[in-house]
Design a protein around this ligand. Structure first.
Ligand SMILES: Nc1ncnc2c1ncn2[C@@H]1O[C@H](COP(=O)(O)OP(=O)(O)OP(=O)(O)O)[C@@H](O)[C@H]1O
Ligand SMILES: [Mg+2]
Length: 343
């Protein structure tokens, strides 16, 4: 495909509650949304996820076959290391050799990758370089790929959700002004929160939180208002005249989340001696009423809802209104597909 001017890639985000796909096509350097879709997952089993992927592929009529999917959770680790400057091959050898120091599971059970980072915020110091080391358990990768086997799709690559979030930001932010500011993109899903801090077009910090996401918000409403989880879920999304009650009972969850984010921000800002001046929220739970305002207040900075399709073209035949409404929830899928730029 060396001379192809059109390339297409599908980003497939297999989440706890829903599977999301975004298909991006690159035509002469310009990214276009050429398809998307989302299907709810009924249950927390690999079979449930697999049948949701099946349904998604059949329903949303994706043209592309090549898929990038994302992984996350305790079987995935990201470490930023400072090493003396060395050639790429030496770096790989050194890291493969030393990885056991940084990776909390047996090396023979995982896939490792590393990349040198460069940019204005780099604090590695003279003679040193910053390297990001990624390790993922093979079993986690295999489970993701099983969801794709049996469909018309073929896995092209497996990325990390946190890295996809950074790539989504870069694809939707014009080079120059927007990218020189330091931005934190925070995806609040049902069971996890992914945080990525991007400066200068590079992700310099990533973290995942396992509490404070959508499920915990629902659980707090159910517990404090004495309703079932199903009723709490409805109240959370459409509180109607109980809005202030709902806001009240999720306060503890939101406050804890703000504290965790502040800790990450403090660490980053001390380490890199720069301020995170943009905060962008994505994921289904970013729609919680009043969340944006509460976080803006607690973190004392501008908070926006992230639109991963900002500046991208949309093909005819793609439901642009539905795409716009679903945009924040599609951020990770869009970031996975954004690899089409490097494909
Ligand atoms: N209007 C709304 N207000 C508040 N929360 C909402 C709203 N709509 C959806 N949610 C919540 O968003 C969450 C689902 O979001 P998303 O699809 O991003 O999660 P996921 O990708 O399936 O989960 P994860 O990334 O944690 O695996 C659910 O917890 C759901 O209750
Ligand atoms: Mg998700």
């Amino acid at each position: 495909m060396l001379f192809s001017k059109t390339r297409t890639l599908v980003g497939l985000d297999i989440g706890t509650t829903s599977v999301k796909a975004v298909e991006l096509t690159e035509r002469r350097g310009k990214l276009t949304v050429s398809g998307f879709g989302q299907v709810e997952v009924n249950g927390d089993t690999p079979q449930a996820r697999q049948s949701a992927v099946d349904e998604l592929v059949q329903e949303c009529g994706l043209r592309g076959r090549r898929v990038v999917t994302g992984i996350s959770g305790k079987n995935v680790i990201v470490r930023y290391l400072t090493l003396p400057i060395m050639r790429e091959e030496e770096m790989r050898n050194a890291l493969m050799f030393e990885a056991s120091k940084y990776v909390p599971f047996p090396l023979e059970e995982c896939v490792l990758d590393c990349q040198r980072l460069e940019g204005a915020v780099d604090r590695a110091g003279e003679g040193n370089m910053t390297v990001v080391l990624v390790a993922a358990r093979r079993s986690q990768i295999a489970e993701q790929m099983t969801c794709i086997e049996g469909t018309s799709l073929a896995t092209d690559a497996v990325d990390l959700d946190v890295m996809a979030l950074g790539n989504a930001f870069m694809a939707a932010t014009p080079e120059g002004d927007g990218q020189t500011r330091v931005a934190a993109i925070i995806d609040i899903g049902a069971s996890k929160i992914s945080i990525t801090v991007v400066a200068d077009g590079t992700a310099w910090f990533t973290r995942e939180l396992q509490s404070g996401a959508g499920r915990d918000m629902t659980a707090a409403i159910a517990l404090r208002l004495g309703v079932t989880d199903e009723e709490a879920e409805v109240l959370k999304r459409e509180p109607g005249d109980r809005a202030s009650e709902v806001t009240d009972v999720v306060t503890t969850v939101v406050d804890d989340l703000a504290n965790e984010l502040q800790l990450s921000f403090d660490w980053f800002e001390n380490q890199f001696e720069c301020r995170i001046d943009r905060v962008l929220l994505s994921g289904g739970a970013s729609r919680l009423g009043g969340l944006k305002e509460s976080l803006a207040h607690a973190l004392d900075r501008e908070v926006e809802i992230f639109d991963p399709f900002n500046g991208l073209a949309v093909d005819e035949g793609v439901d642009a209104a539905l795409l716009a409404r679903s945009a924040p929830r599609l951020a990770i899928a869009a970031g996975l597909a954004a690899r089409v730029r490097k494909a």
